[in-house]
Every structure is written in C-alpha cells, then in structure tokens.
Design a binder for this molecule. Structure first.
Ligand SMILES: [Zn+2]
Length: 327
C-alpha cells in the first residue's frame, strides 16, 4: 500500500513546499494556539453546544489528553459519536445519560482503539446501527496507536453522506491522514465540526505510516480550511473556537517541519533517528518512538515530492539524501 500511495504523489506540488528562513526557523508547535484546560467530570454528560452533550471516557494518556470525548447529538432521538475504548463503565455511563431516549446511529470517526471498540457493546445495549468505514488492511505495519481490526459498520459511510434525526443533520467529511478511514462530521444546524483526531485543540495529531499518511493529512487540513464551521469538537480535549487560524497554524507547523528536515538533510543528517535527535531536542526520550513515526511520515511525503531520495520504500532504517526538488 505504501508503494501505491507513493506513486500517487509523484508530481511535486508547490503547495507542499515552504522555504526555511529566519522567520520559520524557530517555529515549533508553540506557534499553534493550543488550549489544554477543559471542564469535565468523568461519566457525566455535559452540554457543550446547543443539542450536543459530551461524556469523557476515563482513558487518560500522553496521546488521549484526559480521555476520549464521546458526543451525543440531538435530544430524544440521538446519534452517539465515538463510543470510545473498551471501558465497561463508560458504556454504562453513556446508556445512563440516554435513559428514555433512542439511539438511532452509533457514529465512528475512525477505528483506533480509543474511539471505536465500545460501539459493539453500545449496539448490544441500544440496538442501533454502527455507522463508519472499514479500516484498510495494514500491510503488517507497525503503528503507534492500536486499531480495531474487526470493525464492521452496519452502514458504511463515504464523503458527503448525510445521517439525520429530528433537529440534527450530520455530514460525513472524509479526512484521511491520521488514519485512512477517518471522517469528521459536520453538524449542519450548529455550523460545527466533530473533528475526531484530525484536528485537536490540545496537541498535534499523530500521523504514523503506513495507514497514517502525511500527504493525505495535509490535504485533509486544506479540506477543513475550505469549510466554514466556526466550532470544532475534537475526539480529545477542549473545543476549538478560532477554527481557521488554528487549522492554518496546524498546517504551517507541518510545512515548517518539512522545511526543517530539508535543511537537516542538507547538513548531512541522513537517517530518521538522527533527524529525530536534531528536531526534538526538548522532547522526553519516551516520546521519541512516536516522533520517529511522524518523521517517517514526513520522509514518505518528501520522497514522494522529490525533496528527498532513498533506496527503496521509506522505512525506519532508510538512509536519505536531499532530493532534486529541495535544491
Ligand atoms: Zn486516533
């Protein structure tokens, strides 16, 4: 699968290029207006927008903020977005919050283990169809985030598809990159976007090959930039209100990273571990594995756009030289 994707990105496109200069040299994730504070209480459904409630699952980690956000859309007849990980108490909490109401759809943004697995349990309790997309076969690739291989939606969704109930209309927006089957969902009545793990207010998202893909990720950020939602409710962490500047900062951050990698390649750094050492000077050692996955995603993209060259497919142990498009 990595090969076919690389072939699809054979034509270099200037929208992926950013020249490094003094102004971009010092850009880091500090340039993204992150916000980590979030008022929440595990197990409690809390109104976060008109007709939208959030219940946070108790699965805090370095990758999930305080846990996965499960959203309830509508009142009386509702959709549940991302039932979360296999935590029985969380599924009970969702069911309790919905006493007297009917679940019409169980909606899944993507099939990482912290988002989709509880959909099967919830389905047994509330007898509603699971709406989402099958994961791509992963080609034996190592991933940072485990995913639910046996996810099987009752209704398969594609870009632009609509799911609706009384007072709410959700439009699926295919946003591959973090995961190939990732969809955001626009709530038309509120002009807001459930942004899943594609855009999060508290941190950058992980793009980990082979299923994670940097070219797709950057293109999916541009999909968000072309849309008008002025509120994002992500899969982890607090809401995002300054949506366009936020997504632009997210995009600039990735372009800056590639410009920085191009410069380090020029200076002789030629492997992913060496690039990680030069880029992530302040990152704790325990996060270097995740950082290496992210650099590998950038290297796939840079090889695909002729800014780097390596012998064969990009792997964790590839050796790189600057490509013709980086001159
Ligand atoms: Zn995820």
């Amino acid at each position: 699968m990595g090969q076919s994707r690389q072939q699809r990105i054979a034509n270099p496109d200037s929208k992926y290029f950013l020249r490094i200069d003094e102004s971009t040299r010092d850009m880091s994730s500090a340039d993204i207006p992150f916000r980590k504070e979030m008022a929440y209480e595990y197990g409690t459904a809390q109104g976060v927008a008109s007709g939208v409630r959030r219940i946070v699952a108790e699965n805090p980690s370095a990758f999930t903020h305080v846990g996965t956000n499960t959203y309830i859309v509508g009142e009386g007849e509702v959709a549940v977005i991302d039932p979360g990980p296999m935590i029985e108490q969380h599924v009970e909490n969702i069911k309790d919050a919905l006493a007297g109401e009917t679940v019409t759809h169980i909606v899944v943004t993507h099939t990482h283990m912290d988002h989709s697995p509880a959909s099967n349990w919830l389905k047994q309790l509330v007898d509603a169809p699971i709406v989402g997309t099958y994961p791509s076969p992963l080609n034996g690739g190592q991933t940072v985030e485990a995913h639910q291989e046996d996810f099987a939606p009752d209704e398969e969704i594609a870009n632009g598809d609509i799911i609706a109930g009384p007072g709410w209309t959700l439009e699926a927006v295919h946003t591959p990159g973090h995961m190939s089957n990732h969809h955001c969902f626009a709530l038309k009545e509120n002009n807001l976007l459930f942004s899943g793990d594609h855009v999060m207010g508290w941190n950058t998202t992980i793009v980990s090959p082979p299923d994670g893909n940097m070219r797709e990720y950057l293109d999916s950020l541009r999909v968000c930039l072309a849309r008008d939602e002025d509120l994002y409710l992500p899969g982890h962490g607090p809401e995002i209100t300054n949506t366009k500047p936020f997504v632009q900062a997210y995009l600039n951050h990735r372009l800056m990273r590639e410009a920085q990698i191009a410069k380090f390649l020029d200076e002789g750094a030629d492997t992913i571990p060496e690039l990680v050492r030069r880029i992530y000077t302040h990152l704790p050692e325990k996060m270097h594995g995740a950082a290496a996955r992210s650099v590998q995603a950038h290297m796939e993209h840079m090889v695909g756009t002729n800014r780097a060259i390596c012998d064969g497919p990009v792997t964790a142990s590839s050796v790189f030289v600057p490509g013709p498009a980086s001159a």
